[in-house]
Write a protein that binds this ligand. Structure first.
Ligand SMILES: *Cc1c(COP(=O)(O)O)cnc(C)c1O
Length: 437
């Protein structure tokens, strides 16, 4: 990174010798995050249109700006208003438009929270929000309601309450550290937190969701990787949305983690004007796979307030997945999901491949449009499942056959349960039945 003398002056007048080492110091990056329009324009040597200025001033009152110098340096000023880095980092007046269907907390995270830092939605895993702060405020943040609220790192006492909750719920086998950005905690704090979690016998895997490899790759230091390695298995999920975000710095961060043996995944958000294009997504997933990052999810943009200008129709996501399945390596294809408003969790949506079926045959189509048939076996003897495994020939020998209750559609499919229908709680049928009694 070469800084001009003007830029160096803005950054506390650092001299050119110091510039490189400071630039590579993540704490320096955070200290010099850009929050105001004047510094933004001076650093990039641009003058944004007057109406953009006005919208900026209104928007930041509700949704503040923070961009790391590194991420700012990726903006290409030739067509700045359409630049994908600019669009993800710079406040738009459209964030103040509240759409008819917008919600403050569309995923009902607050409802599923036994305490502020825990969202327990799925039986076997929890979201543990261990940091209230981010280096850069992504304009498309799903937790926009909280951005800039209280930029604090929870103290050990608050975190211990979350750890206690996990300890007291042994069905939790997967803990997802999120925030904010967990990698904004200090190395010591991360080490302490992972040690505490690892001490809980029922916790099998720990996942960390972070955008630092994208917006602050300097944070991924050999020391941090050494700490994470001690607490394996630790999966790291990052958040690249556009191929331009993959730079030599972010590649170095990914390489350090992959060499450290940390499995890497990526969650992208489908964003109008940023990556709603099959060719862009294809370039992105290829670059990710090349850097040993497995594309995990592609999210439909949530219904959080202030995101309406980023939303696409669901068809755009299906079109992107259609352009990937079969056309590229299977492990390059993320699962496209809608995080259901109201707290239903992630729901996958896919193009349809099963065209029709009869009693012994299914008709399928492939990515090229070839229509084909698969003949099903003439005889198949399913083993009756009572979930006790005693009379079954399949050799599942779990030493701890402590499976939790069957749930949802899989319960309807199973032999072990007599439920034949699922009826919504406030279905009027209940009322009618009650009135008979
Ligand atoms: C996304 C999410 C998870 C993890 O879901 P996976 O599909 O296992 O990645 C867990 N809890 C909450 C509340 C989530 O939003």
């Amino acid at each position: 990174m070469k800084l001009t003398s003007n830029q160096r002056q803005i950054f506390d007048n650092i001299d050119s010798d110091a510039a490189l080492s400071k630039w590579q110091d993540w704490k320096w990056q955070i200290k010099h995050c850009v929050h105001d329009l004047k510094t933004f324009e001076e650093l990039l040597e641009v003058k944004l249109p007057e109406e953009v200025h006005e919208q900026f001033k209104k928007t930041v009152k509700k949704f503040p700006m923070s961009i790391t110098p590194y991420y700012l340096s990726l903006i290409n000023t030739d067509d700045i208003l359409n630049d994908p880095i600019f669009m993800q980092g710079f406040p738009s007046g459209k964030e103040l438009d509240i759409d008819e269907y917008d919600m403050e907390d569309p995923l009902h995270e607050d409802n599923d929270s036994p305490m502020e830092c825990i969202t327990h939605r799925y039986p076997d895993r929890v979201l543990f929000m261990v940091s209230n702060t981010c280096s850069m405020y992504c304009r498309h943040c799903t937790r926009k309601r909280r951005v800039g609220d209280k930029d604090s790192i929870p103290n050990k006492k608050e975190l211990l309450a979350g750890i206690e909750y996990i300890k007291n719920h042994p069905q939790i086998r997967d803990v997802l550290l999120s925030g904010g950005d967990p990698f904004l905690l200090s190395d010591n704090m991360i080490d302490w937190l992972l040690t505490e979690l690892r001490a809980i016998e029922s916790v099998e895997i720990i996942r960390i969701g972070t955008r630092t490899p994208v917006v602050l790759p300097q944070r991924i230091t050999p020391e941090l990787v050494e700490i994470l390695k001690k607490h394996q298995p630790v999966w790291v999920n990052t958040h690249f949305n556009h191929p331009r975000e993959i730079t030599s710095s972010s590649r170095r961060a990914l390489r350090l983690m992959a060499d450290g043996g940390l499995p890497l995944g990526n969650q992208s958000v489908l964003l109008a004007g940023v990556n709603d294009c099959p060719r862009i997504m294809r370039a992105l997933v290829h670059k990710l796979a090349y850097n040993r990052v497995r594309p995990y999810y592609l999210y439909q943009c949530d219904l959080s307030e202030g995101l309406s200008h980023f939303r696409t129709p669901i068809g755009k996501g299906i079109e992107i997945i259609e352009s990937l399945i079969g056309h590229t390596s299977g492990f390059c294809v993320p699962t496209y999901v809608i995080d259901a408003p109201g707290g239903g969790g992630k729901i996958p949506v896919m193009p349809n491949y099963l065209i029709s079926w009869s009693t012994n045959k299914v008709v399928l189509r492939n990515y090229e449009g070839v229509i084909t048939t698969y003949n099903e076996p003439n005889s198949y003897e399913p083993s009756f499942c009572d979930r006790k495994c005693e009379k079954c020939n399949l050799q599942l020998s779990l030493d701890d056959a402590d499976e939790y209750k069957s749930l949802g559609i899989s319960k309807l499919l199973g032999d072990y349960d007599e439920t034949i229908s699922l009826v919504p709680e406030n279905n009027s049928r209940h009322e009618r039945r009650d009135s008979y009694q």
